[in-house]
Design a protein around this ligand. Structure first.
Ligand SMILES: O=C(CO)COP(=O)(O)O
Length: 214
């Protein structure tokens, strides 16, 4: 299972969490990665943790003030990027352009979406993966894999209908190993989570708990 930790803009220490990700990753068969803010990418990547961006824009080098260029995210040490999010909503055309920009920079892509219909639309754009995250469960500590298993199974089916090689992750409220196991049983290949690690008093213990049953 893939465990991708999105640090959002939480007031956590991104380097300390990345060190915990790197450390726990060496002791599990699961794949762990961390997505810090753009300004922290380089310092996080230097820890050796698998590092992801939270966003890239559908642009090339040029006159794009304030934008995030996929090549710069890769240069900073990231190997992948999130695209779209309930907290960073993009138009379909921009999601498509961001996937192309990420492909150009050899960044792996996970497109987040709110529900199975959006997952189908996102999967049709052929990212590497999609992540279904019901907005009403984000940050609640109530795991989508247990609170709303139908949405996860429907998302897996929606993605398979349009593209059988796009992986599906799920997120929202994931914080324990049981949540990750439940996500796997519903047909996903991983989880995307934030507060369960970024707000934990002991991020290493939180990560160890997440991967313990895997
Ligand atoms: O939005 C999320 C990850 O992108 C999920 O956030 P929580 O894990 O805090 O619910």
């Amino acid at each position: 299972m893939f465990v991708l930790v999105n640090l959002k803009t939480y007031p956590c220490d991104p380097v300390a969490i990345a060190e915990a990700v790197s450390d726990v990753n060496e002791r599990t068969d699961a794949r762990l990665a961390v997505a810090p803010q753009a300004a922290h990418l380089e310092r996080v990547a230097e820890t050796g943790a698998e590092t992801w961006g939270q966003h890239v824009d559908p642009i090339e080098h040029g006159s794009n003030t304030g934008h995030t260029l996929a090549e710069s995210v890769a240069d900073a040490g990231a190997v992948g990027t999130l695209i779209n999010h309930s907290e960073r909503r993009e138009k379909l055309a921009d999601i498509d352009g961001a996937i192309r920009a990420a492909d150009r920079a050899d960044l792996e892509t996970v497109v987040c979406a709110n529900n199975p219909a959006q997952i189908g639309a996102a999967a049709a754009l052929e990212p590497d993966a999609v992540a279904v995250e019901p907005p009403e469960l984000i940050g609640t500590g109530t795991p989508v894999s247990q609170a709303d298993p139908d949405i996860v199974e429907d998302a897996v089916a929606a993605a398979e209908t349009v593209a059988d090689d796009v992986s599906v992750l799920c997120g929202a409220g994931i914080s324990t190993g049981d949540d990750v196991v439940a996500a796997g049983e519903l047909g996903t290949e991983g989880v995307l989570l934030a507060s369960g690690v970024a707000k934990a008093d002991d991020p290493t213990a939180a990560l160890e708990d997440l991967v313990a049953p895997l």
